[in-house]
Design a protein around this ligand. Sequence first.
Ligand code: A5P
Length: 230
Amino acid sequence: MMNIDASKKRVGEAVVKYIKDGMKIGLGSGSTMFYTVQKLGERVKEEGLNIVGIPTSRETAEWAKKFGVPLTDFSNIQQLDIAIDGADEVDPNLQLIKGRGGALLREKIVADAAKEFYVIVDASKTVDHLGAFPLPVEVVPFGWEVTATKVARLGCDPILRRKDGEIFVTDNGNYILDCNFNKILEPKKLQIDLKSLVGVVETGLFMNMTTKLLVGKDGEVIEKSKKDNR
Ligand code: A5P
């Protein structure tokens, strides 16, 4: 049985086979993506692969610079060929919870701008129902207390995220509420309800976005496509 880190490495590297010369790529965040960015850098160096990426976090941008993956931004291009990212939970319909790293807003903007969205996880992330992982909800700092009260009425007990004793601030200058819904039976409805609240910027629910899921499990990579669910 491989450990979780070995599975992340395996799946993070495996997805790179889908990258072709000339592609514009959305680069997600998190420890699984580290291996993807590293492998992409190897292909750039060894094969002269001509690619460009848009990073979803400052951390990913640093990895790209370190491993030699060229970067651009949305002032230069409007559409990406593919976005690749990790996730915190994946259900059997390939719906996701993301945002443990706090990069959910940029991750969603980047995934939405891509023709295809590939999700890479280790097997510990696959679940029958979303929600055991507390749903991250990005909110505007001003009046966050009022927003949190409204979010709570939807059936959770929101916790303001902190890091090293300080309030966690996203790359966009916002706060995160971690919301323990426990079992989300109607994720699409919850997404609509949350987004309708003033002060909510975005949620970590990624509905109907995944093109392909790659799961690292026991030294293997198992693939599942959107169409397999129909
Ligand atoms: C970042 O905000 C998250 O959405 C990550 O994609 C997610 O937490 C996956 O991270 P790991 O690859 O580190 O498990």
